[in-house]
Design a protein around this ligand. Structure first.
Ligand SMILES: O=C(O)C1=C[C@@H](OP(=O)(O)O)[C@@H](O)[C@H](O)C1
Ligand SMILES: C=C(OP(=O)(O)O)C(=O)O
Length: 757
């Protein structure tokens, strides 16, 4: 018989599992046995249990094909490709290894399921002198408070994570075989170093178990315990569920992972102490801080860990819109809050002194990313609840270093404006984003910030991540923007709040001025003179009330929808019509659209109106270049209107469209062509031959178009279906939630036939 150490030529064999030997047929071992049998992932499952009764039960329940009480009995049968899964309590692992030591045939893979990996590695060293190359330490992050063979289930590991902690000398073939085995039962396999595993698990699993066991034990000793348990509400039940777990297993884990668990307990104890003092002294700010941060973290924790999205809809991996042809839009609608203002309300509210109340906040992915970034920097922010947010400002110098990179998802505005603010902080920070944002240019903000003395680094080609070394003293600059960009202007002005002297920006064309207006609303002096704006560093912001109007960029989809579909008549309520944002109204009117502004008023320094749009035949135009920055986000929808117009529409001077969430010129031209429109992209715009004419005639054919994950492309093609002859399938629409999470509902309610798949 070959012994450990003589394992030549293994790489010649595949990585399929031959036989599975489960040592310890409880919940963990039994569930792998059942799962692998159900998946036909091995030839045979052999169980090993100390007690004959467990063996009989395991066979009777069909968990294993056969079972023995002595591992030594079956070792001689094993051969290359077989796997031994050691699923006994952590401190019993060494005894199993000792049995394997001199009788393990070559080519057999050994793995385990213990919750602590350092102790398994130590056990292996004790037995073999070093960790053998066939041992793949592992830990399935699954289980339940139930234990024993009767609790075993074949679906326990589906969509659960398995952490493998192979060492440098672990042979690849063995690691691969264990991967194959876990994937066969539906698990997701990750690898990490042993020490990291034990630290992470101490904090996320072992500490909660200590607390749950400890709490129940404390209450159980209380003289009133009967009453306590009788009246214990759902919270107690939920919180202490894990105190019903197997005591032997958990005692072993505590002893095996002692140091990491002690560290976690100490950290928690000091936190609990501060909570105690806050309760004792009636420190409501502290309590609100801890509770709102914890609630936000709990609400978003899966997403934050996965570095994914914040809103529910974004979690769906794929969203496809199927927009059916025809229909009209009618009714009284309020589209969600303005995205640009929502971002700025969080930023300025956080830096203000006092409590800022925001209404009409956009509960979309992008604005939530900004909100989360400020929570990560220690700001207490309540909500959003029905568009209401309460921000407990920390003052200009009250932000704290975030615990890790600030992840801002798909949002260019968050990254660029935050870069300006972070350049003025005393701490270092890193801004990261999703795949689309990671391709967008950041030197446009990094360059002026460097001129101000900030230490800013980007990845290759000026792309994210953006790394900012804090603690630099910033000097004011006089900056002439090379492109019309409100994000760049805002970034420089926000950094200017922290600079010595007057920071001035000069823009080549008017761009949205929400930063300037909102700074003034927070009591900060902003000098404005035509294309110039300036701020003097060192001032302060005073909390205020902000009413965010509906977003004209979102309203544009319905303005276009009503303009192209005969029989349409919509009223869009409370829309921001700031003159630096109203290009879409001007352009559509120039094309013949019937748009009237009713009930014009000013709300919190921003002009607002109800916009009524009725169907009208459109004609193609040469779009005036001075309107381009004023309608920059609205062009995808305007291209749909142009396709439905009589004659040619020409756009020039809009090269900025190529660096948005997608290259919007190319993405729209590609999609329009698929739908039968003659749309020719140019370096800085597009030429579209409208098919207008009679409003009853279909303009677009059906087909499948790709939004490339760009929210505005997705919504534009959905609107196009109003004048299509067949279904338009639009791929990759999940990002609609970045700016307009309830688009589909509103569109359906208004009369569009839009299915979300
Ligand atoms: O400042 C802002 O809130 C925005 C400015 C614009 O970007 P640019 O500054 O890149 O043109 C716009 O496209 C974006 O949706 C929001
Ligand atoms: C360009 C946009 O946003 P951002 O730059 O913030 O990603 C947009 O919303 O169209």
């Amino acid at each position: 018989m070959a012994v450990a150490g003589e394992r030549n030529g293994q790489e010649a064999f595949g990585v399929d599992v031959g036989r599975l030997v489960v040592v310890g047929i409880g919940l963990i071992g039994g569930s792998l046995a059942l799962g692998l049998k159900a998946a036909s992932g091995c030839r045979e499952v052999i169980g090993v249990a100390r007690r004959a009764q467990t063996c009989e039960q395991a066979v009777a329940l069909g968990v294993v094909d056969r079972a023995v009480t002595d591992l030594g009995e079956i070792l001689p049968e094993l051969e290359v490709g077989d796997v031994i899964f050691v699923a006994v309590p952590t401190l019993a692992v060494e005894a199993v290894f000792t049995q394997l030591k001199d009788s393990l045939p070559a080519g057999v893979t050994v793995t385990d399921g213990a919750s602590v990996k350092g102790s398994v590695v130590a056990a292996a060293k004790n037995v073999w002198g070093q960790v053998p190359d066939f041992l793949v330490p592992g830990h399935p992050i699954a289980g339940s408070e139930q234990s024993g063979v009767t609790a075993a289930r074949d679906d326990l590991y589906i969509a659960h994570r398995i952490i493998l902690t192979p060492l440098e000398n672990t042979a690849a073939v063995h690691v691969q075989r264990i991967h194959t085995m876990w994937e066969a039962v539906g698990a997701e396999v990750l690898t990490m170093p042993v020490v990291e595993h034990d630290d992470v698990l101490a904090a996320t699993s072992h500490l909660p178990h200590v607390i749950a066991f400890g709490l129940v034990d404390t209450l159980a000793h209380d003289a009133e315990n009967e009453n306590i348990f009788r009246y214990a509400a759902g919270g107690f039940r939920d919180f202490t569920r894990i105190a019903s777990s197997d005591p032997v297993m958990w005692r072993d884990i505590m002893l095996a992972n002692r140091d990491a668990i002690l560290k976690a307990i100490d950290l928690y104890t000091s936190n609990l102490e501060s909570l105690r003092s806050a309760i004792a002294s009636g420190d409501s700010e502290h309590l609100m801080g801890v509770f709102t941060r914890a609630k936000a973290a709990r609400d978003h924790f899966t997403k934050m860990l996965a570095k994914k999205a914040y809103t529910e809809i974004m979690e769906a991996k794929e969203v496809t819109f199927v927009a059916r042809p025809g229909g009209a839009v009618n009714g009284d609608l309020r589209v969600p809050g303005d995205k640009s203002m929502s971002h700025r309300s969080i930023m300025l509210g956080s830096l203000a002194e006092g409590v800022t109340e925001v209404e009409g906040f956009l509960e979309g992915e992008d604005a939530l990313a900004t909100l989360q970034a400020f929570r990560d920097m220690g700001v207490v922010i309540e909500g959003p609840v029905n568009g209401r947010v309460t921000i407990h400002g920390v003052g200009m110098h009250g932000l704290q270093a975030p615990p890790g990179p600030l992840y801002v998802g798909n949002s260019g505005t968050s990254m660029r404006l935050l870069a300006g603010l972070l350049a003025g902080q005393a701490f270092d920070s890193v801004l990261t984003g999703d795949e689309s944002l990671s391709k967008r240019p950041m030197n446009r903000v990094a360059n002026p910030l460097r001129e101000m003395g900030a230490a800013v680094e980007t990845a290759e080609d000026g792309r994210p991540p953006v790394k900012i070394n804090g603690g630099q003293s910033l000097r004011a600059i006089d900056y002439t923007l090379p492109m019309a960009s409100a994000q760049v202007k805002s970034c420089v002005l926000l950094a200017g709040l922290y600079a010595e002297g007057d920071t001035r920006t000069t823009e080549p064309a008017p761009t949205r001025d929400h930063t300037e207006r909102m700074l003034a609303g927070f009591g900060y002096d902003v000098n404005r003179d035509g294309p110039r704006a300036s701020v003097r560093g060192g001032g302060k912001l005073t909390a205020c009330h902000i009413d965010v109007p509906a977003d004209i960029s979102s309203a544009t989809f319905f303005m276009v929808a009503a303009s192209i579909a005969p029989g349409s008549d919509v009223l869009l309520r409370h829309v921001g019509i700031n003159p630096t944002r109203d290009g879409a109204i001007n352009i559509l009117r120039a094309m013949g659209a019937d748009i009237t502004l009713e009930n014009r008023r000013e709300v919190g320094g921003e002009p607002v109106a109800d916009i009524r749009v009725r169907y009208a035949p459109l004609k193609g135009i040469q779009i005036p270049e001075d309107q381009v920055p004023l309608a920059i986000d609205e062009f995808p929808a305007i291209f749909v209107a142009a396709s439905c117009a009589e004659g040619e529409t020409v756009l020039t001077g809009a090269e900025e469209l190529r660096v948005k969430e997608s290259d919007r010129i190319q993405a729209m031209a590609d999609g329009l062509k698929i739908l039968g429109i003659n749309a020719e992209p140019t370096p800085d715009g597009i030429v579209i031959q409208g098919k207008g004419g009679n409003g009853e005639v279909a303009v677009f054919g059906g087909g499948e178009v790709d939004s490339l994950g760009d929210h505005r492309i997705a919504m534009s093609f959905a609107v196009a279906a109003l004048r299509a002859s067949a279904d338009i399938r639009i791929l990759h629409c999940a990002n609609v939630a970045t700016s307009f999470p309830n688009f589909a509902e509103l569109a359906q309610g208004a009369g569009m036939d839009l299915e979300v798949r």
